[in-house]
Design a protein around this ligand. Structure first.
Ligand code: SF4
Length: 219
């Protein structure tokens, strides 16, 4: 099965979905949004990573910033912060660049490596899109964290790929149903950019916008 473009989900949404399914639904189904320090700071960092359409060739390394990617098979679209193409003996060919190349995606994040794997999932989904675009295998990538300015290697194992594909399938299912999952209060709620509009104590699966409208009508 292949998705049509108007059915595509935002690739970056998988990090919200992996963090909290309700957070993803509030942003991507109900179109609620709130900025806190983490998201604002993250955007500033992305501003530096996203120097639109910049191609830099230095020797055997071609660095592409802000590369747009999509997957018809998974129905997602988005962009990669940075993709490094390394000149190799056996790789893919690129228009306008001599030789053969392999592919390594790099995603920029604020903070440090997280306990859970939402960033790994986002990077892996980028890799799956790159594989579809260039018809090759992308075995690993890197996450670069701004706080300690270090990058960590992420292997795209079968287990990680399967988890990512399962998440994307579930995101499409929830979007089709227009369903916002119920609150599951966890320690993540404290750092959640949507905690003020999630209404975590409400413990409901009602549409938040409708709840607020109803509440205003009753007061
Ligand atoms: S406050 Fe908690 S339950 Fe609500 S969206 Fe954020 S993480 Fe999810």
């Amino acid at each position: 099965m292949e998705y049509k473009e108007d059915e595509y989900l935002m690739l970056s949404g998988i990090q919200h979905f992996a963090f909290c399914q309700r957070q993803w639904a509030l942003i991507h189904i109900e179109q609620q949004w709130a900025e806190n320090y983490q998201t604002t700071s993250g955007m500033l960092m992305h501003g530096r990573a996203h120097e639109d359409g910049l191609y830099e060739l230095r020797g055997d390394l071609l660095t592409v910033h802000n590369l747009r990617v999509s997957s018809r098979k998974l129905g997602v679209t988005g962009q990669c912060d940075i993709v490094e193409f390394h000149r190799v003996i056996n790789g893919i060919t690129l228009h306008n660049y001599e030789g053969q190349w392999d592919i390594t995606p790099i995603e920029y994040k604020r903070g440090t490596l997280k306990e859970e794997n939402e960033d790994e999932k986002q990077l892996c989904l980028q890799a799956i899109c790159l594989e579809e675009k260039f018809q090759t295998r992308v075995p690993f990538g890197y996450l670069f964290y701004g706080e300690n300015r270090r990058r960590f290697k992420v292997e795209f194992t079968e287990e990680l790929r399967n988890d990512v594909m399962k998440d994307v399938k579930e995101m499409h299912r929830l979007l089709d149903r227009g369903y916002t999952p119920k609150v599951k209060k966890t320690k993540k709620c404290r750092a959640c950019s949507l905690k003020d509009i999630c209404i975590p104590n409400l413990n409901t699966n009602k549409n938040v916008g409708k709840y607020i409208d109803q509440h205003i009508m009753e007061t």
